[in-house]
Design a protein around this ligand. Structure first.
Ligand code: ADP
Ligand SMILES: O=C(O)[C@@H](O)C(=O)COP(=O)(O)O
Length: 417
């Protein structure tokens, strides 16, 4: 029976959360899509949806269905995972999904905290920073699907919910779990449905997690989950598991990277790969045809497969993304590239690739669906927020890299080269 039941709005986000929980000593299995049969055995189940950019109604319906499955399996607390850069549009989907979960769980209130200090995401006075810049100046203002142009999360979430949003500021968070709990109770009693809670350090996140031990619903990035394993342990529900929580079968087979993220970190990683690995950058504007792009990539890769990764990327800088979107529309442009890259991934696996890194959340969703993966067992971390996983029933190792995560040499480092 799972202790923690999680609903993640994309696939890389789900592995990121699972990674945090595994590091905290919980076993974790990521399930792809709303489950139709019984859930696997694990301390935490993370249901990965592709709901971040889905139409609002669909995102809400799938999230509620996931919640039902988790409650039916006995989950004691529900966690709604979204991006550490709060990726969403004014219509949603963070607000509407959270609203629906608050109603379903009849809890009236939930905290909201996307902070992930190790990866430079901090929240101060309700404003989200990426490194030393505000969210709206971090490159996220150019995201192909969810451009983030307002860094004030009280305002951003306020536009997405039919409830109201308050703030637990830094000065309170600094005082620790009891003060945070008191402030959240105060906001709930004054009729706020959400509290954006400031967090600048991991110590803040641990205190917030402790303060939310008895909350039916927690919403946030993977950071705020850091404190949750200790809550279950102190209630005597979670045994000490040590490193066994992250064990995976041995890795073998050809290595490859497929990148569809246009985020700054991924563009930097592709730049590094150009000098250190066979790297193909697809020109989507010149060939806006998914089948033709995929055929081109698979032909190119054919005689290059081996232990050293091949890197195939559709990623492009903002001006090129804008040009393709102007021609096809935002959604169609994204869908075309996702279709091309998922066909490439499928073709690579058919040609013996058994270790695959996918860069980008939406891209990962498309690839994992195309590979017919139903669950991912979470293994050791490569870089903060990105673990290796073992995909069933496909029987291969997958690392789903959030667009903005990972060091510059990630695409090589993942394979130990
Ligand atoms: N050259 C391109 N032009 C337009 N859109 C692109 C291009 N390359 C990738 N995309 C799309 O951009 C989106 C990137 O989103 P995602 O994969 O979630 O990355 P991230 O993790 O950085 O958010 C995907 O829908 C992808 O298909
Ligand atoms: O919280 C995060 O930043 C990640 O876990 C995440 O959700 C990443 O999404 P993408 O940037 O779309 O990969």
């Amino acid at each position: 029976m799972p202790l923690l039941g999680c609903i993640a709005d994309d696939f890389t986000g789900a592995t990121d959360l699972a990674n945090t929980l595994v590091k905290g000593g919980m076993t974790a299995v990521q399930v792809i899509g709303v489950p139709t049969g019984p859930l696997p055995e694990a301390d935490a189940i993370i249901i990965a949806l592709k709901s971040r950019t889905a139409p609002v109604k669909e995102a809400v319906a799938e999230s509620l269905a996931a919640c039902e499955a988790l409650l039916a399996a006995g989950a004691k607390q529900i966690f709604f995972k979204y991006c550490s850069t709060f990726d969403s549009t004014d219509e949603g989907n963070i607000g509407p999904v959270a609203d629906a979960l608050v109603r379903r769980l009849d809890c009236g209130f939930a905290l909201a905290n996307p902070a992930f200090p190790t990866n430079g995401r901090t929240v101060f006075q309700g404003h989200l920073f990426v490194g030393s810049t505000l969210l709206s100046e971090s490159g996220m203002e150019n995201h192909p699907l969810t451009p983030m142009r307002d860094p004030n999360l009280v305002r951003v979430l306020g536009r997405q919910t039919d409830g109201t949003v308050g703030l637990v500021p830094f000065a309170v968070v600094e005082q620790g779990a009891a003060a945070i709990r008191k402030a959240m109770t105060g906001l709930k009693e004054s009729g706020r449905r959400y509290a954006i809670v400031d967090a600048v350090t991991d110590a803040h996140l641990l205190a917030i997690g402790e303060a939310a031990a008895d909350h039916a619903l927690i919403t946030g990035g993977s950071g705020v989950a850091m404190g949750l394993p200790a809550n279950f342990r102190s209630k005597g529900l979670l045994p000490e598991r040590g490193e066994a929580a992250a064990a995976l079968p041995p890795m073998r087979g050809h290595a490859a990277v497929v990148a569809g993220s246009c985020s700054r970190a991924t563009l930097g990683q592709i730049g590094y790969a150009r000098d250190h690995a066979h790297t193909l950058e697809l020109d989507v504007l010149a060939t806006p045809d998914a089948a033709a792009l995929a055929a081109q990539a698979l032909d190119w890769a054919q005689d290059k497969l081996g232990d050293h990764p091949v890197v195939i990327a559709a990623s492009a800088p903002p001006e090129k993304v804008a040009a393709l979107q102007a021609r096809l529309g935002r959604e169609a442009a994204g869908a075309l590239v996702e279709q091309a890259l998922s066909t490439v991934a499928h073709g690579l696996v058919a040609r013996g690739v058994k270790r695959l890194v996918v860069a980008g959340g939406e891209t990962s969703g498309a690839v994992v669906s195309r590979l017919g993966v139903s669950s991912l067992r979470i293994g050791p971390e490569i870089d903060p927020g990105v673990p290796w996983t073992y995909a069933e029933p496909a029987g291969l190792h997958l690392a789903l890299k959030s667009g903005n995560f990972g060091a510059r040499d990630f695409f090589l480092k993942a394979f130990g080269v």
